[in-house]
Design a protein around this ligand. Structure first.
Ligand code: FAD
Ligand code: MLT
Ligand code: ZN
Length: 493
């Protein structure tokens, strides 16, 4: 399989000029236009947070960021850019991990941050309708007094936006319990590349009236249109939540443990997250959560965080304690120890270790992040095989690759293989790609379980999608976006 330069296949698009800025000024306030072009006077360093991604791996050269406040303003921007042939990159919280939210060249960045109002919430049905730019955590805070939760949670909750979550079809820490956004999103409002506002903000649980167009935009990564509003089914807040970090002597115990946890906890099991010893040490080194006691960590090859959420504290605790007792008392225990949270603050601290892994890895070095679906039994094999491959290339040392680690969502079959390097270099990338993609394909896995394709995996799509599927994706793209202005060079070549 050939690897092609991303920019080679970009459609021919125009750069923004001063006339365009003058046009945008007719319907946007000056505070909504950040541009280095006159009459605006933003400095390029002020644009830097929009041009560079969370990992500082992908770098755009946009001169202009627009921050509309309404779907109507989005529509006017998009219609104009379509007529002028100017590329647009929709941007939410810019926490994406595949370079999808920053320009490849000098496309306009359309930032949704100013569209941040809750439109409605029905406490009976649990249906929440919100602007796409609402930050995930603020939606959780909004729902809390109404005893509901967003059916999605991830470590980036303080910055990522619901529109970005929908556009990446983010998975996260609650998917095991609440399923994917393809199920919980009930409707969307989307501005199409010709400026049409497609209002599909349904608040119906059931609606079998032909093609379900909204599904196309869930996970489209901004390549088909701009999501401006989201209708989502919130879940009743659990009355009781508990968690425990289990230390396992060997990876082989993860699967039987998962089977046992499902059997004994049944309906109250709400998360089952895995992380290996090496990435745990990075979390401790970089101050994520509170370190476990030495005796709890000794002899552990990996860890599992189990969360329960249910309706009655005594019932849930009895079940969780029952599980822990049976695990410890067995003749061949699956676990060494378990650290059970005893208070809300301990509950948060245990989660902070798991949620902080992404940040720990980024503080340690430059992370090559492979977000893959492979059979559960192969998680360790994938990490070990990749480490040995890097070693065989002479790249496993402090000046090149420092760590090869694994963590992820066991319940979803999703492994995060992270290769932590001193720097991003062509030599390391060449050692990893297509090696990792071929490894994933050999297990009939997916090269992107939840982060998307973005700019990172455009050239690798064929490892997980058939030629026919890619051809039909291209036809759909052409139908919605014939000029190719929407997030050019992302997802599809
Ligand atoms: P951005 O990064 O701004 O954009 C992501 C993509 O969506 C881009 O292609 C962009 O063009 C497009 N987009 C954004 N908003 C819109 C819109 N309104 N309309 C159309 N297109 C749009 N991901 C997971 O799946 N699970 C996790 O557990 C998880 N944990 C994370 C933890 C950390 C610490 C970090 C940094 C990231 C994590 N991610 C995770 C990845 C990322 O946070 C998610 O993909 C998130 O959903 C992106 O939201 P965002 O608002 O930051 O989008
Ligand atoms: C996670 O599960 O922590 C996220 O998907 C982010 C990551 O892969 O680092
Ligand atoms: Zn994840």
């Amino acid at each position: 399989l050939l690897r092609r330069a991303h920019s080679a296949a970009l459609p021919k698009l125009n750069s923004v000029d001063a006339d365009d800025i003058a046009h945008f000024s007719k319907f946007l306030p000056s505070s909504a236009i950040l541009s280095t072009l006159p009459p605006a006077s933003t400095t390029s360093s002020e644009l830097s947070p929009f041009n560079n991604d969370w990992m500082n791996k992908y770098h755009g050269k946009s001169t202009t960021v627009l921050r509309p406040r309404t779907a109507q303003e989005v529509s006017e921007i998009v219609k104009y850019c379509n007529e002028r042939g100017i590329g647009i990159v929709p941007q939410g919280g810019n926490t994406g991990l595949v370079g999808g939210g920053v320009p490849l060249q000098d496309e306009v960045i359309l930032s949704l941050g100013n569209m941040n109002k809750v439109r409605s919430f029905d406490p009976v049905s649990g249906i929440l309708v919100a602007d796409a730019g609402c930050i995930l955590e603020s939606l959780s805070e909004y729902l809390s007094p109404h005893h509901h939760i967003v059916p999605l949670d991830l470590g980036a909750k303080g910055s990522c936006q619901i529109g970005g979550n929908v556009s990446t079809n983010a998975g996260g820490l609650r998917l095991l319990r609440y399923g994917s956004l393809h199920g919980s999103v009930l409707g969307l409002e989307v501005v199409l590349p010709d400026g049409t506002i497609l209002n599909q903000l349904s608040t119906l649980r059931k609606d079998n009236t032909g093609y379900d167009l909204k599904q196309l935009f869930i996970g489209a990564e901004g390549t088909l249109g701009i999501v401006t509003g989201v209708s989502i089914l919130a879940a009743p807040a659990p009355q009781s939540s508990n968690n425990v970090i289990l230390a396992l002597p060997k990876f082989d115990n993860v699967l039987p443990l998962f089977v046992e946890a499902k059997k004994q906890l049944s309906e109250i099991l709400s998360a089952f997250e895995f992380f290996d010893r090496e990435v745990y040490e990075l979390a401790v080194k970089h101050g994520q959560g509170r370190a476990l006691n030495e005796e709890d960590v000794a002899g552990a090859e990996c860890f599992v965080l189990v969360e329960t959420s249910g309706g009655k504290r005594e019932h849930d605790e009895e079940k969780l304690n029952g599980l822990l007792e049976s695990l410890m008392e067995s003749d061949t225990p699956l676990i060494n120890t378990g650290v059970l949270s005893q208070s809300p603050s301990q509950f948060s601290q245990l989660w902070a270790i798991r949620e902080g892994l992404t940040e720990a890895v980024s503080k340690e070095g430059k992370a090559y992040k492979y977000d893959i679906s492979v059979p559960l039994a192969k998680f360790k094999e994938v990490v070990d095989t990749t480490r040995e491959h890097i070693r065989s290339k002479g790249l496993l040392h402090d000046d090149a690759v420092k760590h090869v680690v694994g963590y992820g969502h066991v319940g979803d079959g999703n492994l995060h293989l992270n290769v932590v390097a001193a720097n991003y270099t062509p030599e390391i990338e060449a050692a990893l790609e297509p090696f990792v993609y071929e490894l994933v394909a050999s297990y009939k896995g997916s090269i992107s379980a939840e982060h998307g394709i973005g700019a990172m995996k455009v050239h690798a799509l064929q490892y997980s999608k058939s030629a026919e599927s890619i051809e039909w994706m291209k036809r759909i793209k052409k139908l919605f976006d014939p000029r190719g202005i929407m997030n050019p060079g992302k997802v599809l070549e």
